[in-house]
Design a protein around this ligand. Structure first.
Ligand code: FAD
Length: 158
């Protein structure tokens, strides 16, 4: 099994798209990520997985806080900005939830404090204790097989 086959296979798991954000000394840094899931209800925990090359990694290690912003279907451009798919720097405004930087217009904003971290291969898993949550009634952006999708256009409900 080569790397490409592994990536192609894992890309067959349809996901939402999030922007993980953190803040250090007043500087907000965001990164597009789809490796996100809920872990526990009591206490309320989530997990994210950050590659060893990502600048975000050290920033979360230092700040010990992050937010998960589940993008809406009209926020594909934000995903492209925070994954470096759009190269030119853009000004992005951040709102606040529990004092942490969040993206306005996201379907869900989740504010977290790091409760544990585990290095696994070339990624670090951060377990986040959820300190606050905000929801909007919007449709999510979907990522499947390396492409952005919307629920309405590409998936029928079963
Ligand atoms: P950079 O590459 O420096 O930052 C990313 C971009 O965000 C840059 O263009 C930067 O200018 C911009 N940016 C950052 N902060 C701000 C700000 N405050 N205002 C305006 N612009 C800003 N990688 C993972 O490790 N885990 C995943 O789960 C994951 N999932 C992904 C899912 C998808 C759908 C995609 C497209 C990519 C995913 N990636 C994931 C890859 C990851 O998004 C990129 O490798 C990313 O470029 C790494 O970001 P970085 O922290 O190294 O910082």
């Amino acid at each position: 099994m080569d790397d490409r086959q592994f990536r192609t296979a894992m890309g067959k798991f349809a996901t939402g798209v999030t922007v993980i954000a953190t803040e250090q000394d007043g500087d907000v840094h965001g990164m597009t990520a789809n490796a996100f899931m809920s872990v526990s209800l009591d206490p309320k925990l989530v997990v994210i997985s950050i590659g060893e090359q990502a600048k975000l990694l050290q920033k979360i290690k230092d700040s010990r806080i992050f937010t998960v912003n589940i993008l809406a279907e009209d926020q594909k451009e934000l995903s492209m900005i925070f994954s470096g798919q759009i190269k030119e720097p853009r000004q992005v405004e951040f709102d606040r939830l529990d004092g942490k930087p969040v993206l306005e217009g996201a379907v869900v904003q989740v504010a977290c404090e790091v409760s544990a971290e585990h290095v696994e291969g070339d990624h670090t898993l951060f377990i986040g204790k959820v300190t606050d949550i905000r929801l909007e009634d919007k449709e999510p952006l979907v990522f499947y097989s390396g492409k952005y999708r919307s629920l309405e256009e590409n998936l029928s409900l079963v």
